[in-house]
Write a protein that binds this ligand. Structure first.
Ligand code: PLP
Length: 401
């Protein structure tokens, strides 16, 4: 017998498993609204034009080599990523008190940040919102942190449980880490208003909590990169410390290139330098150094005014198509007189709609309509198109009546 014969079969990942089930379905009308990846009106994955141009530049550059990057990745990429999230004139960049290291997309950035905190931060408790991206508790637990939760979403109003959020942060132990979605909260699509962010900031600073931003959707929420970074910039402007995990998976469509960055904003340049030296000790035994290709694409786009402008136009087009799908789905349910208030479909922000459909309704829609989504009723608006809206609306209508 095998020395591994005792190994139990693990369940599929709750999010990526949706695609596994979808791939097995032979129905011509099947629809995958599970995974958070952008699709065109034709239902196809999209490589941005600006990414193709940047790749062409890289191929044409004969002097380009495939050497190892440093442990912290491509220096120019790190500098430009920091400018993108914090703003070109950010005080933390000017004062050289932020360290930015290239990591394996958003997930890898969260993990490296978590491992660093476990080793070097005095309070190993992280608060995550309920609900949140399903990987958050696993990433932080395995990084060595103790995961607790704060109230975030109110199923009755289908909006923010702002009172619950503030109460839970208020009763958190001093110094606790707080995971915040910078924008386009996943899975709810519910973000605090700027006024609410300001109150959250005051609470976090007055309690001495440590904000850890997950920025996986900059530019995807509103179509505007600066607007979607506002929450993070408020926490930098007050001079306090914070951590940011950035992903270029969605906003540049670089999913499989695994390109992201971890930034730790410190009080002084001296501290930031020491923090970076310790980040290297976290990264080196984990994967040695990050891959070169995706970071080179991002750097080529961010450094060049023309490519950068082109990127913002393509990014806005993706965000706008998602917003248009929200309106089309909302209108389709209204046309069917589907019972219930569906206005949250057009109020929510970012890639996902948190429909409010329950597990039973979700499995009904999968069984009868071949529509795939996560069990919590989250649908990816990016996976929808004008030609599939009516099928989805029919399914939702049948599920709730
Ligand atoms: N954080 C959130 C909230 C996400 O939704 C995702 C992707 O779905 C990620 C992080 C990480 O994505 P990636 O590791 O592909 O950058």
């Amino acid at each position: 017998g095998s020395v591994f014969s005792h190994v139990a079969r693990a369940p599929e990942d709750p999010i990526l498993g949706v695609t596994v089930a979808y791939n097995k379905d032979s129905s011509p009308v099947k629809l995958n609204l599970g995974v958070g990846a952008y699709r065109t009106e034709e239902g196809k994955p999209l490589v941005l034009n600006v990414v193709r141009k940047a790749e062409q530049q890289l191929v044409n550059n004969r002097s380009r080599v495939k050497e190892y990057l440093p442990i912290v990745g491509l220096a120019e990429f790190n500098k430009l990523s920091a400018k993108l999230i914090f703003g070109v004139d950010s005080p933390c960049i000017r004062d050289n008190r932020v360290t930015t290291v290239q990591c394996l997309s958003g997930t890898g950035s969260l993990r490296v940040g978590g491992e660093f905190l476990t080793r070097h931060y005095h309070q190993r408790i992280i608060y995550i919102p309920v609900p949140t991206w399903g990987n958050h508790p696993k990433v932080f637990t395995l990084a060595g942190l103790s995961v607790k939760s704060y109230r975030y979403y109110d199923p009755i109003t289908r909006g923010l449980d702002f009172k619950g959020l503030l109460e839970d942060l208020d009763s958190a132990p001093s110094g606790a880490i707080v995971l915040l979605h910078a924008c386009a909260h996943n899975p709810t699509g519910v973000d605090p208003s700027i006024q609410q962010w300001e109150q959250i900031r005051q609470m976090i600073r007055s309690k001495g909590l440590l904000p850890f931003f997950d920025s996986a959707y900059q530019g995807f929420a509103s179509g505007n990169l600066d607007k979607d970074a506002q929450s993070v910039r408020m926490f930098v402007a007050d001079g306090g410390e914070c951590i940011v995990a950035q992903s270029f998976a969605k906003n540049m469509g670089l999913y499989g290139e695994r390109v992201g960055a971890l930034s730790i904003v410190c009080k002084t340049a001296d501290v930031a330098g020491k923090v970076e030296s310790q980040l290297k000790l976290v990264i080196r035994p984990m994967y040695s150094n990050p891959p070169i290709h995706g970071a080179s694409i991002v750097a080529a786009i961010l450094r060049d005014r023309t490519l950068y402008d082109e990127w913002t136009i393509e990014l806005k087009a993706m965000a706008d198509r998602i917003i248009s799908m929200r309106h089309q789905l909302f209108n389709a349910l209204r046309d069917r007189d589907t019972p219930g208030d569906w206005s949250h479909i057009i109020k929510q922000i970012g890639m996902f709609t948190f429909t409010g459909l329950n597990v039973r309704q979700v499995s009904f829609m999968t069984r009868e309509y071949h529509i795939y989504m996560t069990a919590d009723g989250r649908i990816s608006m990016a996976g929808l198109s004008s030609s599939t809206v009516s099928h989805l609306a029919d399914a939702i209508h049948a599920a709730v009546t």
